[in-house]
Design a protein around this ligand. Structure first.
Ligand code: GLN
Length: 496
């Protein structure tokens, strides 16, 4: 039961093969058994989850079920959920119980989904390995000596280990796609503004976007159907008609269902010299995926994203700048951690922040404050904003030649715990293929494309698809077609 797709789970619930309470218990029992070694969840609250499941069962009995009614989901601990401890992976919010729901949580609640628990994450979503969490690192279920990726590493590990059928993540520079790649999941970062940020603890507001992490493109589409939509409480939310993201999934009549699709291959990823930036075994799997897409009828065109190599430096000016401003609210006054001892108000601020934030968060606040300060603003922040515009323009030009862009998601497979933790720049480069997408505000996704076999085990690799603005439905359909002819996404790690 626990490895079934969301659609199959909904069918089982509708056929009374299982109740939502029973299904929720199956996952809660597995969490109790496996979470101590994986550390994928920060908080679980079985009573709360089961109360929601009972309400869902009543809805199903009354014939009022939707596609997600009664289905348990894991929520990244960046989403405020009423009555739940909401920590954002930080000591600063260790004691914070949210008095309100994020829009995403509210929408899943309205759909009748069950909140299974809050998943572990890098502190304030800053990281690519989940090692910056105050609550300790998450372990990759494919090899527990390795990282699951980050920052949504708890969600990724939970779904990969079948502790939850699907989960939410957020992606500021790659935090849905990179952990999806490292854990063999399908994850989607929507176009900026498609999913409300209300109640999602802010890291870099102009880049943050929530999205689904699941075991297939189809499951992602069902989750996005529930998550997307205009929200007047988020000033950057976009007022557009609701869409059905599964609309292009209908069975294709011919053997070349993607005939007419133009896939762009950036020479900044696939040029002879540029290939060296990616692990050779991962690149080989990406090449095989391209061959599969050609068999499905797609044609490939070479494109160029000339400012690609400037994306990581520009991001590490803009994201810390916004973070330094967003995190100024954590001052020990209204909520969150407050130092036990202090002489005066200033010392209360500084001690509370010194104790509440971890090293990576402090590094970002320092960088952000620096690049925004008088005299440096023009040289760093303004310059980074100009590069951001150039990167967005590169994509606009590229999408005149192609419909989707394809590349690797991550330059390597899951690395070992501790391997990059002492070297922030190495860690930042984990997102070399993903960050430009956030700077441009485009939708991007990662899907499983095979395994790298090594002497000490096998590790999943991810394929990235980037779409034009609001082209999520097409992206998901292009991923779905691949998943109809491959079974990488159906493979699970051996855990019991
Ligand atoms: N790894 C990137 C960072 O540390 C991206 C994180 C994210 O997408 N939240 O900022």
């Amino acid at each position: 039961m626990i490895e079934r797709s969301l659609k199959a789970l909904a069918q089982a619930l509708a056929a009374r093969e299982i109740s939502s309470v029973e299904l929720t218990r199956l996952y809660l029992d597995r969490i109790a058994r496996l979470n101590p070694s994986l550390n994928a969840f920060i908080s679980i609250d079985p009573e709360r989850s089961l109360a929601q499941a009972r309400a869902a069962d009543a809805r199903i009995a009354a014939g009022e079920a939707g596609p997600l009614t009664g289905i348990p989901l894991a929520q990244k601990d960046i989403f405020c959920a009423k009555g739940w401890r909401t920590t954002c992976g930080s000591r600063m919010l260790d004691n914070f119980v949210s008095p309100y729901d994020a829009t995403v949580i509210e929408k899943f609640d309205a759909a009748g989904a069950i909140n299974l628990g809050k998943t572990n994450m890098d502190e304030f979503a800053m990281g690519s390995s989940n090692e910056t969490s105050f609550f300790g690192p998450v372990r990759n279920p494919w090899d527990t000596t390795r990282v699951p990726g980050g920052s949504s590493g708890g969600s990724a590990a939970a779904v990969a280990a079948l502790l939850a059928p699907a989960a939410t993540g957020t992606d500021t520079g790659g935090s849905i796609r990179q952990p999806a790649a490292l854990c063999n999941l399908t994850g989607l970062k929507p176009t900026y503004g498609v999913v409300s940020r209300y109640g999602m603890i802010a890291f870099a507001s102009s880049l943050d976007q929530a999205g689904p992490m699941a075991r297939s493109a189809e499951d992602c589409a069902l989750l996005l159907n529930a998550m997307a939509g205009f929200d007047e409480r988020d000033s950057t939310s976009l007022d557009r008609p609701l869409e059905d993201y599964t609309r292009d999934f209908a069975a294709a009549a011919d053997a070349r269902p993607l005939a007419g699709l133009r896939i762009g291959l950036p020479k900044e990823f696939f040029g002879e010299a540029e290939r060296a930036g990616c692990d050779a075994a991962v690149m080989r799997l990406v090449d095989e995926a391209i061959a599969e897409y050609r068999r499905l009828g797609a044609e490939t065109v070479e494109i160029s994203l000339p400012n690609m190599q400037r994306s990581v430096p520009a991001y590490y000016v803009i994201a810390p700048a916004e973070a330094s401003s967003n995190l100024s609210r954590f001052d020990g006054v209204r909520y969150g951690h407050r130092a036990a001892e202090y002489a005066d108000l200033n010392e209360m601020y500084s001690r509370s922040r010194a104790e509440g934030f971890g090293a990576e968060v402090k590094r970002r606040i320092l960088i952000g404050t620096y690049v925004l300060s008088h005299g440096y603003y023009d040289a760093y922040y303004l310059q980074a904003q100009r590069i951001r515009r150039l990167i967005a323009d590169d994509f606009v030009a590229a999408f005149r030649q192609c419909d989707v862009i394809l590349g690797p998601t991550s330059p390597d497979t899951a690395f070992r715990l501790g391997e990059k933790a002492a070297d922030p720049v190495q860690m930042y480069l984990s997102d070399i293929y993903t960050i430009a997408v956030n700077l441009a505000g485009l939708p991007g996704m990662s899907l499983p494309c095979g395994f790298v076999e090594a002497a000490d085990g096998r590790l999943p690799a991810g394929l990235q698809l980037i779409g034009n603005y609001f082209d999520e439905a097409r992206l998901l359909a292009v991923a779905h077609r691949y998943q109809q002819v491959t079974d990488w996404h159906r493979q699970h790690p051996e855990l019991d």
